[in-house]
Design a protein around this ligand. Structure first.
Ligand code: I6G
Length: 671
């Protein structure tokens, strides 16, 4: 019997919902995007032909076509409270002492720990598994009904997955945010169109959720992590916070993958330190960590104080923005000759360090933000990223200096400055004649991810170039020990160490060598792709533009950069000299023949390794034929976990993937 249209539609919806779950919650897409789009198109076609069968929870029905006049008030059945804050380890310890005092017993307390997202808190209500309302927090008692906008966020299920514990009515809470990558892409497009940009992802998320026309919200790259279900212990047999988060996941609601269960306030502190270190690598902005007593019975016993739970606290990161004065605007010349405007500031303490320089990126940014010498500005420091000027804060009527003009001569070598038509960047035209570009090229060449010359830091490169001991990368291999020893802050021992490190670097790999040449837009991944494609250096040096473009990672611009580089006689000479001084690497074919013992195995590295850096471990595993990836799945052979391993280790445990220590890794590499 032919299946009815109704059944076909149901089957397609179930299938799409299952793929959404795999993609958003498990982070393990089961099919390619094109296949998913095909399913969506089939469903859309069937619904177009049978409009009576359309239901509000169909995946085709995310975006309503009618703009609202206003947002209606949405009363919260259970108030959306705020969280208390702590700013130091001492305050956190005091938080735990308060809890134990209140409980009148000295027991070990476990906490859930999760990043505190810098987004917008929302409350969603599901009735019989179907999303019926989405609301903002508002004043905690009443928010705004933003159901239509919430429905457009693809990672929010319109219908929950079937579950025996699912109550008829369930309220869940979470934080809507805009991933950093999406934010940057959206701002880049707005900039290109001459439209207004958002200052930060939080403002962008808030602005996007407050669109009266849901079709606008649908265009914004919003996402969500859920962090609680209201009154869950009354409705289910769940007894802990951690279990409740697992329950949310079972229902198809996305939970931050970094969530961990940690013992005592000391466990909280190591979680905090680890996340703080990795903060910039996360694709979402966070401003701290939230800890919650894991045991729901203890939570109940602790209760609330002035609209905040006694059993939870936010441990905030140090401030990341500060106001200061721009004393001067200078132009720094980089490795590729690009002139970057840099604001020289009155030193200011921000994000845990004192900052006296902030980048203005390029002249377009200087003009757009209209930053002038003498202005008060907000500067922002996002972890290890170079601090940047966000915007000016001007006093009305205050006299200002003239606008900054782009220099016409290179501030380092006085050569002409050029601007390529469609680039925002201005460049010094002198190439390696310019000492700043020479220094940049040498710093790049010796960096950890390139030739990895230990001990040759930026300051020493500056010194060596300024003292005219070197003027190009190949000069590093002919350095004179006596001359190095005579440099300021150098001794015989440091000079010997440096020369040994330079000697050691001669044994390298083909990808590192390619990367170290500093060809524009050839990063580590492209260098590896080039090394995989070409049998040896000669093959690469004789490659045509067309052949280069056959490589996965190489588009027309990169291919053009590579051919322009290898066509220059000067660059050929440098490469010849580097080979002549003895730089070598193992040939690909012989590596495979010699030892390919890990072929077919896939490893994930997480946490910090003591004996080997992560890039080195990756390289050595690859040399033995293994694949090294960044995400854990059932297909992963083993996860190698160093100190402070976080979510990847948790995921490996959950999936039953083998876990190896650094010691195991070293054994594996030796064998
Ligand atoms: O504002 C919040 C952000 C994150 C929270 C919160 C949270 O948990 C991860 N949890 C609670 C209980 C509250 N606010 C009130």
């Amino acid at each position: 019997m032919a299946i009815s249209v109704q059944n076909k539609i149901k089957k397609l919806r179930d299938e799409i919902q299952q793929h959404n779950y795999s993609y958003y919650v498990l982070d393990e897409p089961a099919i390619p995007d094109a296949e998913y789009d095909k399913l969506m198109r089939s469903l859309q076609k069937l619904e177009d032909a049978n409009p009576k069968l359309i239901t509000a929870d169909s995946p085709t029905q995310r975006v309503g076509a009618v703009p609202l006049d206003t947002f209606l008030p949405a009363k919260h059945e259970v108030p959306m409270l705020s969280l208390g804050n702590v700013f130091s380890a001492e305050e956190l310890e005091a938080f735990e002492i308060r809890i134990k005092d209140r409980l009148k017993r000295d027991i070990n307390i476990d906490y859930t720990a999760e990043p505190k997202l810098d987004g917008l808190a929302v409350s969603l209500i599901y009735e019989k598994g179907v999303l019926v309302r989405g609301a903002t927090r508002g004043d905690g008692l009443t928010g705004e009904d933003i159901t239509e906008n919430i429905r457009t966020i693809k990672s929010i299920p319109l219908r929950l997955r079937k579950n025996k514990k699912l109550p008829d009515r369930l309220e869940v809470r979470g934080e809507v945010f805009m991933p950093k990558k999406g934010f940057e892409k959206m701002n880049a497009i707005a900039r290109k169109k001459g439209e207004k940009t958002f200052v930060n992802p939080r403002n962008a998320a808030a602005g996007s959720l407050r669109q009266l026309d849901p079709r606008n919200t649908a265009k914004r790259p919003l996402d969500i992590y859920f962090y609680s279900a209201t009154n869950i212990e009354k409705l289910t047999k769940i007894t802990s916070q951690y279990e409740s988060l697992q329950f949310l996941k079972e229902l198809g609601l996305k939970v931050c993958p970094e969530v961990a269960l940690v013992p005592g306030y000391r466990g909280c502190l190591s979680f905090y330190e680890d996340i703080l270190k990795r903060r910039d690598k996360l694709d979402y902005e966070i401003d701290g960590v939230v800890y919650k007593v894991n045991d729901l019975v203890l939570q109940k016993e602790l209760g609330f104080v002035s609209r905040a739970p006694r059993w939870a606290v936010a441990h905030k990161f140090p401030a990341q923005e500060a106001v200061t004065k721009v004393n001067r605007i200078e132009f720094q010349v980089g490795r590729t000759g690009a002139l970057t405007p840099v604001a020289k500031l009155d030193p200011v303490f921000v994000g845990g360090v004192t900052v006296s320089n902030a980048t203005l990126h390029n002249m377009d940014e200087v003009q757009r933000k209209d930053v002038r010498e003498g202005d008060k500005v907000i500067i922002r420091r996002a972890g290890d990223v170079i601090p940047e000027v966000v915007k000016t804060v001007l006093k009305p009527g205050k006299q200002r200096n003239k606008s900054v003009r782009a220099p016409v001569k290179c501030p380092v070598c006085d050569s002409e400055v050029v601007r390529i038509d469609d680039e925002a960047i201005i460049r010094c035209s002198a190439g390696l004649f310019c000492p700043a570009q020479r220094k940049g090229a040498i710093k790049h060449f010796s960096s950890r991810t390139a030739m990895d010359i230990e001990g040759l830091g930026d300051k020493l490169v500056d010194q060596l170039v300024d003292e005219e001991l070197i003027s190009s990368v190949q000069d590093l291999f002919n350095l004179d020990k006596e001359k190095i020893t005579a440099l300021e802050r150098m001794g015989e021992k440091s000079a010997t160490n440096l020369l040994n490190a330079i000697e050691k670097s001669k044994n390298t790999t083909f990808p590192r060598f390619i990367y170290s040449l500093g060809i524009r837009e050839v990063g580590e991944a492209t260098a590896t792709a080039l090394a995989d494609h070409f049998s040896d250096l000669n093959a690469l040096l004789n490659a045509t533009n067309e052949e280069l473009q056959e490589i996965n990672d190489v588009g027309p611009v990169v291919a053009e950069n590579i051919t322009a580089f290898i066509d220059q006689a000067h660059n050929r000479e440098v490469i010849d000299e580097l080979i002549n001084v003895g730089i070598v690497w193992k040939k690909k074919a012989s590596v495979n023949k010699e030892n390919n013992s890990l072929a077919g195995n896939t490893y994930v590295l997480t946490g910090s390794l003591e004996k080997l850096s992560r890039p080195k471990a990756t390289e050595q595993l690859k040399q033995l034929g293994a694949k090294v990836t960044s995400s854990v799945s059932k297909k992963t052979t083993a996860v190698i976990a160093g100190a402070n391993a976080g979510s990847k280790l948790n995921k490996a445990e959950a999936l039953g993937v083998k876990i190896l220590s650094e010691k195991d890794l070293l054994k594996l590499l030796k064998s």
